[in-house]
Design a protein around this ligand. Sequence first.
Ligand code: KIV
Length: 278
Amino acid sequence: MKNTVSTLMSQKQSGDKITMLTAYDYTTAKIIDECGINSILVGDSLGMVMLGYENTLPVTMEDMIHHTAAVARGAKNAFIVADMPFLSYQTSVYDAVLNAGRLIKEGGANAVKLEGGAEVCEQIQAIVNASIPVVAHLGLTPQSVNVFGGFKVQGKSTKAAKKIIEDAIKIQEAGACALVLEGIPSKLAEIITKQLSIPTIGIGAGSSCDGQVLVYQDMLGLTTDHVPKFVKQFAAIRTAMCQGIEEYIRETKSGEFPSKEHTYQISEDILAELTSED
Ligand code: KIV
């Protein structure tokens, strides 16, 4: 059954944890969807894990639409959330509504996600007024990497923690349907989760959130890049891929592959005609 805003909301109320993973392409989205995930995030993390950028800042609306549409073709039941890339909503309320609309119309997303608190409440309100669900994102918001001076845990001082709590309340009042909390102390995430009526989805924010999200390359062990402390690797897919690829190289070089089993045949009569002298 298709997961919707109401599914996530009733999961918060019943205590059934919300599961979310990123996906950026048709095949991966189909696998994740068929495993029974509640929600797929087409994160702008695609800039880093799919396109090889240093951070998420270079990601464009065209990148997001392209990847969201692929995910939407693969995922039938998951609630699909598409990230609004850097400068697609900060510039004006008009830009925010227009670009959110494109992710829904052209990308096939069910909701959009944007980063920030009080400063983007006008945008959240306007997007929601256009009948588009909005997921907010607070804490270690990667689009602010240059302000933070790196990917650092946020909300560790009283002032910073209070600001995140205030922002969480404001984005809920503005109409957000869920909140991603990234890279904050677990006790702070617990306070926010208890105060809000909308679900919180944590990444590096402890176990008290109403759900969890991870980047799939991290949790499946696909990357050799630095893996943050909050990531648990649930599988070793890179090792399995390397084994398969190395075996392919070996068998191709030795001539073992392709064997008869993987080769098309032609009838002996036709072969004789093809190879006869006249
Ligand atoms: O872009 C992304 O994948 C995200 C998650 C890290 C929450 O925003």
